[in-house]
Design a protein around this ligand. Structure first.
Ligand code: 2AM
Length: 189
């Protein structure tokens, strides 16, 4: 099976992403990503044997990054991958930490999981359209935010016209602001 770690949006976030994609004017072969497929890839793992799933779940379970809010403020055409994306110009430190730790934890297994695979650098983005060969005229995107409280391991089935994604497992991220410890209260008598 083909797997990747990703941020998976809740319904409200998915609606905000879809709203940002509304202004896209595409031509030719270009295809919009269906709203149910929106995600932010953290680490692409690739084809793995079912027996490796437990290793990946253990890596997911071991993460200790905090949640964060990502502000998506740019719509860009990336010529090399022929995609249009909603991108975040500022990447929260907590997201960098999660991304870095995931790659570090995957590295010892990567040769066995997906030989020869190289992780690209972190460009926090949600792909809105694929097969966009010609740079479209991009309108200014209305910025939207994504409040991130968890991340997922996702399975990708690429045999059909559109990829079908299935969330295999999800782990919570830590609270952004730790609750203050309860102090002991003494009453004077
Ligand atoms: P994307 O995140 O830029 O859209 C599942 O296939 C996701 O992993 C896709 O969303 C895709 O790009 C990303 N992806 C696919 N193949 C990849 C590869 N070989 N290396 C890195 N990322 C890949």
């Amino acid at each position: 099976m083909r797997l990747f770690f990703a941020l998976w949006p809740d319904a409200a976030t998915r609606a905000r992403i879809a709203n940002a994609a509304v202004t896209l004017r595409l031509t030719g072969e270009a295809r919009r990503v269906p709203a149910e497929n929106y995600h932010l890839t953290l680490a692409f793992v690739g084809e793995v044997a079912t027996s490796q799933l437990a290793v990946l779940q253990q890596i997911g379970r071991a993460q200790r990054a905090t949640g964060c809010t990502i502000n998506f403020d740019a719509c860009e055409h990336w010529r090399e991958t022929q995609v249009v994306v909603a991108a975040a110009r500022q990447i929260p430190a907590a997201l960098i930490e999660l991304w870095t730790r995931l790659r570090q934890d995957l590295a010892p297994h990567q040769a066995a999981l997906n030989p020869g695979h190289q992780h690209p650098s972190l460009r926090a983005h949600v792909t809105l359209a694929r097969k966009v060969a010609q740079a479209p005229v991009l309108q200014a995107m209305s910025p939207f935010y994504w409040s991130v409280q968890s991340f997922s391991l996702v399975r990708s089935d690429t045999s059909g016209a559109h990829s079908v994604y299935t969330v295999v497992d999800t782990w919570p991220l830590l609270d952004k602001t730790p609750k203050p410890k309860k102090s002991l209260q003494f009453r004077c008598i």
